[in-house]
Design a binder for this molecule. Structure first.
Ligand code: DCP
Ligand code: CA
Ligand code: CA
Length: 392
C-alpha cells in the first residue's frame, strides 16, 4: 500500500495539482491514538489509592538477588527523580533514596484484565480499530464523526471521561489525519493530554519536534541524522529525499521522507489475536514414561511455535495438560519470567512440568497436551509500517 503511495508521490511531484489530490485523499481520514498514562503504575494506584502521591515503581524482578531486575514503568512522581522504564531496579532505588517510594512487582493478569475491558469499549467507538500494545490503540473514526475534527475532539473527551469513570485511569489522546500524526500528538502532552492536529496544522506541529519522536528513529539513527544536519522533523522533511535514500536505503529513506511530511497511508486495521494456542493428542499407549510423553509433546511444541510465528507472537505462560487413564483432566502451568517465542524454552518448560507432574501422580496418562498463552506481539514486528526499520 505504502509503495503505491510512494510511487504516486514521485510521479506527481511534477504535477502539483495531482499531488494536492493525492494528499487530500489521504487527509480524509481522522485517526485517534489512545494511550493509557503510566499504565502499570497507574493501575497499581487504583487498587491502592494511598500510594497515589508517592513515587511508584513497578518492577520485573529477575529473582537472582533482591534488587536484580528492571523497572517496568513508574508514575510521574517517580519520573521526576529520573526513574525510567528499563532502568535497573538498583539504580531506581538509588534515585529514590529517602523519597518514600513504593516498589511493586508486575501483576500482568491484573493489567491484562483492565486492558481488555478498556479495549473492548474503545473498539465500539471506532469504524476500524487496531490495538498496538497492552495500553494503546488506534481508532479510525472518520465515518462516525463525518470528518469533523470538532466532533473528533468531543469524542476524545467522552472517551477520556469514560475511562476515568470505569477504571479510574487517565489517558492521553492524539487526533490527526493518520497514525503517525495521531501517535506523536498523543505523546506530546502526557499525562492526561488531548492534542488535535488538523491536516493544515501538521507541518507547523511537526517542524520543531526532535526527529526521535518518529517511530523508527532511535539513538543510532538520531546520531546519523545529526551528522547530516537533521535535528528536527522539519529538517528531515526538507532534506533531499534522494540523499535520505542514499544513507538509509530506499524503503527507510522514503519512510522518513513521508513520515516527516506527515504523509502516512497505513490503514487502521484489527489484528486478530488468539488468547492461547494449544495442541492435544493421544499417546500410543497409556503410560507414565517421560520419554514417550516428551516425544509427543516435542512435536506439539514445534507445531505451536510455527503457529505463533505466523502471528509474530511471544508467550508468557506454558501449560501442560494430561488426560489420565480414568479420563480425569489435570493441568500444570508455569509463568515465565520474560515473554519469549523460543521453542527451546517451550520444550524445556514442558519437560520440567511433566517431570514434576509424574512425581506427583501415579496414574497412567492417556492423552497429553501443551498450551501457551499470555501473548504479546513480538516487538520486532510491532509496527507494520516500520517493520523494515533497523531497531536501535
Ligand atoms: N512496559 C514495560 N517495559 C518497557 C516499557 C513499557 O514493561 N520498557 C510496560 C509498562 C507500561 C506499559 O508497558 O506501563 C505501557 O508502556 P508505555 O510505553 O505506554 O508507558 P507507560 O504507559 O508506562 O507511560 P506513559 O505515560 O509514558 O505512556
Ligand atoms: Ca502508556
Ligand atoms: Ca503505550
Amino acid at each position: 500500500m505504502s509503495f503505491v503511495l510512494f510511487r504516486l508521490e514521485k510521479n506527481v511531484n511534477h504535477h502539483p495539482q495531482l499531488l494536492v489530490l493525492v494528499r487530500s485523499h489521504l487527509q480524509d481520514r481522522i485517526v485517534m491514538l489512545v494511550d493509557l498514562d503510566y499504565f502499570f503504575a497507574q493501575a497499581e494506584e487504583t487498587r491502592n489509592p494511598s500510594i497515589r502521591d508517592k513515587p511508584v515503581v513497578v518492577c520485573v524482578y529477575s529473582g537472582r538477588s533482591e534488587d536484580s531486575g528492571a523497572v517496568s514503568t513508574a508514575n510521574y512522581a517517580a519520573r521526576k527523580f529520573g526513574v525510567r522504564s528499563g532502568m535497573p531496579i538498583g539504580l531506581a532505588k538509588q534515585k529514590l533514596e529517602n523519597a518514600d517510594a513504593v516498589f511493586l512487582p508486575v501483576d500482568d493478569a491484573f493489567y491484562e484484565d483492565i486492558s481488555k475491558r478498556i479495549m473492548s469499549f474503545l473498539r465500539g467507538y471506532a469504524d476500524s480499530f487496531e490495538q498496538v500494545g497492552i495500553d494503546e490503540a488506534y481508532l479510525d473514526v472518520s465515518r462516525r464523526i463525518k470528518g469533523s475534527y470538532e466532533e473528533a475532539a468531543e469524542l476524545a473527551r467522552r472517551i477520556k471521561i469514560e475511562i476515568v469513570t470505569s477504571d479510574g485511569l487517565t489517558c492521553s489522546i492524539g487526533v490527526g489525519p493518520n497514525k503517525i500524526v495521531a501517535k506523536i500528538a498523543s505523546d506530546i502532552h502526557k499525562p492526561d493530554g488531548l492534542t488535535v492536529v488538523k491536516p493544515q496544522q501538521v507541518t507547523e506541529f511537526f517542524s520543531p519536534l526532535s526527529v526521535d519522536r518518529l517511530i523508527g528513529v532511535g539513538v543510532k539513527t538520531t546520531e546519523k541524522m545529526r551528522a547530516l544536519g537533521i535535528n528536527t522533523i522539519g529538517d528531515l522533511a526538507k532534506h533531499d529525499v534522494q540523499r535520505l535514500i542514499d544513507v538509509f536505503g530506499k524503503k527507510v529513506g522514503l519512510y522518513f521522507h513521508n513520515a516527516s511530511s506527515g504523509v502516512d497511508n497505513d490503514p487502521v486495521q484489527e489484528r486478530a489475536e488468539a488468547e492461547s494456542v494449544s495442541r492435544i493428542s493421544t499417546l500410543k499407549e497409556d503410560t507414565r514414561e517421560l520419554r514417550l510423553i516428551i516425544e509427543k509433546t516435542d512435536r506439539q511444541c514445534k507445531e505451536i511455535e510455527a503457529e505463533l510465528k505466523q502471528g509474530c507472537l511471544t508467550f508468557k505462560t506454558v501449560t501442560i495438560i494430561a488426560i489420565m487413564k480414568n479420563m480425569s483432566v489435570r493441568s500444570r502451568s508455569k509463568s515465565l519470567e520474560n515473554k519469549t517465542s523460543s521453542v527451546d524454552v517451550l520444550i524445556k518448560t514442558v519437560y520440567e512440568l511433566f517431570e514434576k507432574f509424574l512425581e506427583q501422580s501415579d496414574l497412567e496418562i492417556r492423552r497429553v497436551g501443551v498450551k501457551v498463552s499470555g501473548f504479546a506481539r513480538d516487538e520486532k514486528s510491532q509496527q507494520q509500517l516500520t517493520s523494515f526499520i533497523e531497531k536501535d
